[in-house]
Design a protein around this ligand. Structure first.
Ligand SMILES: [Zn+2]
Ligand SMILES: [Zn+2]
Length: 213
């Protein structure tokens, strides 16, 4: 069975997910900001005796990467991100982004594992499909695991909401297109784990998400 541990980190309340099975783990959105949050993440991994295999960011926004430098160095792993992150990274790196919002965040290591649509990531016998879902950011991905019926949607789809599109690389039409073609087409019982806020299902969002009507 796949275990999904949710941490809500930093003042912007980002969901950081530790997904694990048979002592192998994936960390999604390493967003721990202060020492206390870093410790929470570290203690959990240690107590569960997990071997971290992948550190993935759903998109290249500073709030989702506040703890990336710490996480990648602690577990000695590269950062995985969608390949189009480079279009945001130039003059608008994570540290610069964070300053605009009044935070001080260390730049993460340059992503060495570049993901694209249809890539798969293996965790023990579970296969995670990378879905490129641009719109909130051009490098936004969702991460789908079919057998368990879960999808991690970053800031693309929320419970009753969708991601903002007014930041660099955002595009409203593209966002709606991504959600309609890549997410709402998943089985209705699929549980959605968004980048902020609580869980939902594809069915619930099809029925009640007023942004998608
Ligand atoms: Zn974002
Ligand atoms: Zn966010």
């Amino acid at each position: 069975m796949l275990t999904i541990k949710t941490f809500v980190f930093n003042p912007l309340l980002v969901n950081c997910y530790v997904i694990h099975n048979h002592k192998e783990a994936i960390i999604v959105d390493p967003s721990c900001y202060d020492e206390n949050e870093q410790l929470q993440l570290k203690q959990y991994i240690e107590q569960q005796q997990l071997e971290v295999k992948h550190i993935i960011c759903t998109h290249f926004h500073f709030d989702h990467l506040m703890g990336a430098a710490f996480t990648c160095s602690t577990w000695n792993l590269p950062l995985s991100a969608h390949k189009d992150y480079v279009f945001l990274a130039g003059n608008f790196d994570i540290s610069t982004q964070s300053m605009y919002f009044g935070f001080s965040v260390k730049n993460p290591p340059k992503p060495k594992v570049l993901l694209q649509d249809n890539d798969t990531i293996q965790l023990h016998h579970y296969t995670f499909n990378i879905l490129h879902t641009p719109g909130h950011s051009l490098c936004s991905i969702s991460i789908y695991e079919k057998e368990t019926g879960i999808v991690i949607t970053g800031d693309t789809l929320f419970e009753g909401g969708v991601g903002r599109t007014d930041l660099a690389g955002g595009d409203w039409q593209q966002l709606l297109h991504s959600i309609r073609t890549k997410l709402l087409t998943l089985p209705e019982e699929t549980i959605v784990y968004p980048g902020h806020g609580g869980q939902t299902t594809i069915k619930q969002e099809k029925l009640y998400n007023t942004f998608l009507g």
